[in-house]
Design a protein around this ligand. Structure first.
Ligand SMILES: NC(=O)c1ccc[n+]([C@@H]2O[C@H](COP(=O)([O-])OP(=O)(O)OC[C@H]3O[C@@H](n4cnc5c(N)ncnc54)[C@H](OP(=O)(O)O)[C@@H]3O)[C@@H](O)[C@H]2O)c1
Length: 373
């Protein structure tokens, strides 16, 4: 039986979940705000701008396949924001599949994407359902830029960079630590190749004179999405925040993880050591984003033997971009099937020009600059 609330936001009490709620309201989509604590969920929903005109209900649920399957029954789309996804994601993706719902999430964790693709991709495809991890600013905006670069048919190599200004949320920080522990990969000559541990780069950033300190940031989604794209042979991705002091700290932690934590004998010891570093950081939920402070920049150099094209997309409020992308994709799935079922990216399922248009209509990104270099 179909539900009067066709979209479930799992993790609606979080910073990103509440933004999805805000944008679902703008798309007139009724939703369930789900999570582990009904009282907290309601208190947070009560503060979502315009919520008095949204159609929604709050549901508390245990984090098990059985309980989540029951919650998702009758829904068409699950928007999952409970991260780190390498820790919590599989339970939710399994439940959505059993319930017959499309699954989209906000991850930026490459290792989780590969894992869920390999375990559940085929089963989702057989049911005509979308399995789309990482519909989020990191890395859908860069994927849009990459696809614009690929409109030049001579391009076969992608070099992607994402930078943002702002503070990470609690689960984002947790996820950043999770990806530091994982093996991560770039695409070279059609094969995934492992990055060496704790490697850093100086990136030439469009529009500024100083370089930025960046990392492979867990590999990012791009090498995974472009792995089976016949247009692309090589894809390397870099990311970080604009603040150099913060990036210096992240690079030091990455080094410590490599030298001191990875060699530890048990996963328990590793978790305890990581937990101790995270506790020192004392991360808090950041304030609502401000476009004068919170900025994003995605730059993609697409090259080939005949030349290269650089595409730059500037934007603001990257968590709001994520909330909007999730809400739009859920809204689209209520009206028509995805362009590709099974494991697919935002651009593969909905089209890169369409997603760019959505972000532009809400004033969150500008017109991409395309330069033949
Ligand atoms: N790629 C991107 O651009 C991008 C953008 C945004 C977010 N993200 C990712 O999305 C995830 C969520 O981010 P956020 O900003 O919403 O973080 P957040 O504000 O810390 O929210 C985390 C959410 O997960 C829930 N949660 C945590 N542990 C749980 C558990 N054991 N069982 C059930 N629920 C649990 C929290 O519930 P409680 O409120 O009950 O604690 C909360 O609803 C992170 O992994 C982040 O990296 C990625």
């Amino acid at each position: 039986m179909s539900s009067p609330h066709p979209v479930v936001i799992y993790g609606a009490s979080g910073y990103t979940g509440r933004l999805i709620a805000e944008y679902l309201r703008e798309y007139h989509v009724p939703f369930v705000a789900a999570g582990r604590d009904a009282e907290k969920l309601q208190a947070i929903m009560d503060k979502v701008p315009g919520i008095e005109t949204a159609t929604y209900e709050v549901r508390a649920v245990e984090h098990t396949v059985e309980a989540l399957t029951e919650l998702f029954a009758g829904a068409k789309v699950v928007c999952n924001t409970v991260g780190p996804f390498a820790t919590y994601g599989m339970t939710v993706a399994e439940a959505a599949l059993v319930a017959g719902a499309h699954y989209i999430d906000t991850t930026g964790e490459q290792n989780w994407m590969i894992d869920v693709r390999d375990k559940l991709g085929e089963a989702y495809a057989e049911q005509g359902l979308l399995l789309a991890p990482c519909i989020a600013q990191m890395y859908t905006s860069g994927e849009i830029a990459a696809n614009i670069a690929l409109e030049d048919p001579s391009v076969d190599t992608l070099d992607t960079l994402v930078l943002w200004a702002g503070a990470p949320t609690i689960a984002s920080t947790d996820s950043i630590f999770t990806i530091l522990m994982a093996d991560h990969f770039y695409l070279e000559n059609d094969a995934l190749v492992q990055w060496p541990g704790a490697v850093t780069f100086e990136a030439a950033v469009p529009g500024q004179h100083p370089t930025s300190l960046v990392l492979p940031w867990g590999g990012t989604s791009h090498p995974v999405w472009f792995q089976d794209d016949p247009r692309v042979v090589t894809c390397k991705s870099y990311g970080g925040v604009f603040n150099r002091e913060v990036m210096t700290g992240v690079a030091q932690i990455a080094q410590m993880v490599e030298e001191q934590i990875k060699p530890m004998e048990s996963a328990e010891e590793q978790q305890a050591a990581l937990g101790a570093i995270m506790a020192q950081m004392d991360t808090q939920t950041p304030p609502r984003e401000n476009p004068r402070v919170n900025r994003s920049l995605d730059s993609v150099v697409g090259s080939g033997p005949l030349g290269s094209t650089q595409v730059v997309i500037r934007g603001a409020c990257n968590y709001q971009q994520t909330g909007l992308l999730q809400a739009y994709c859920a809204h689209a799935l209520l009206q028509q099937p995805p362009r590709r079922a099974g494991f697919a990216s935002g651009c593969q399922a909905f089209g890169h020009r369409e997603l760019l248009g959505v972000l532009q209509r809400f004033g969150l990104v500008g017109e991409p600059t395309v330069t033949r270099v």
